[in-house]
Design a protein around this ligand. Structure first.
Ligand SMILES: Cc1cc2nc3c(=O)[nH]c(=O)nc-3n(C[C@H](O)[C@H](O)[C@H](O)COP(=O)(O)O)c2cc1C
Length: 199
């Protein structure tokens, strides 16, 4: 079986710049020999965390919605790609709610000391973060980074690489920037190669 990479798209625009970047990274990971499952986060139907804390004692969430299908994928994946635009200096609400619903993994790891991620996967899983901001401010990605680092920690999927693109309001269309698209491909390829050379 090929190594499994999960790719989270947080932009609501399937043909937008974030999606273009992610498609290149996916192509790179596939070229390296991985199988990639794309999750279009804005099209998932799920609620934000209601703090019912069923997950304090159980390795799952009590809420019955699309997140139920995500937990097995998040457990079994070998690596992760997150592609997100900056919104209000942080991650878009739907991706933030996706992260929050992963409190299931936090409780298992830090409250029950019984992680849901198999031991052999914990050491090797890596995350590639792709992000785009409209503006060109020094702290554009601070919010994205801090939330993503917390998410990667609870999932035992080390934030290992990133491609952060600023000033998209002026750049407008990533197709005009083949070097950036190639960089996304190369980073996807590197993420995938790290898995296939060990499998
Ligand atoms: C609701 C909303 C909030 C945004 N907030 C910010 C922001 O705080 N800082 C910034 O640099 N860009 C911000 N942007 C611009 C997006 O990051 C930028 O347009 C990005 O290219 C969108 O990627 P996409 O078209 O692939 O979804 C915002 C865009 C939207 C729609």
């Amino acid at each position: 079986m090929k190594p499994q990479v999960l790719a989270l798209l947080a932009s609501p625009l399937p043909e937008g710049n974030t999606s273009k970047l992610l498609k290149k990274a996916i192509a790179g990971a596939e070229k390296a020999g991985c199988e990639v499952t794309l999750i279009d986060v804005p099209s998932l139907e799920f609620s934000s965390c209601r703090e019912m804390y069923y997950c304090k004692e159980q390795g799952s969430c009590i809420m019955e919605d699309d997140m139920k299908k995500m937990y097995p994928l998040l457990k079994s994946m070998d690596s992760l790609i997150i592609a997100t635009p900056v919104m209000t200096m942080g991650i878009p609400g739907h991706l933030k709610s996706f992260f929050d619903r992963c409190q299931v993994f936090y409780c298992a790891k830090y409250i029950r000391s019984d992680p849901l991620i198999p031991k052999e996967k914990r050491k090797s899983r890596k995350t590639l973060l792709l992000s785009i901001s409209g503006m060109n401010l020094p702290n554009n990605f601070d919010g994205i980074k801090i939330s993503t680092l917390a998410f990667c920690d609870i999932l035992d999927c080390l934030l290992a690489d990133e491609l952060l693109i600023r000033d998209m309001d002026n750049k407008v269309d990533l197709d005009q920037y083949p070097d950036l698209l190639k960089e996304a491909f190369d980073k996807g390829f590197a993420l995938g190669s790290a898995l296939t050379k060990n499998s």
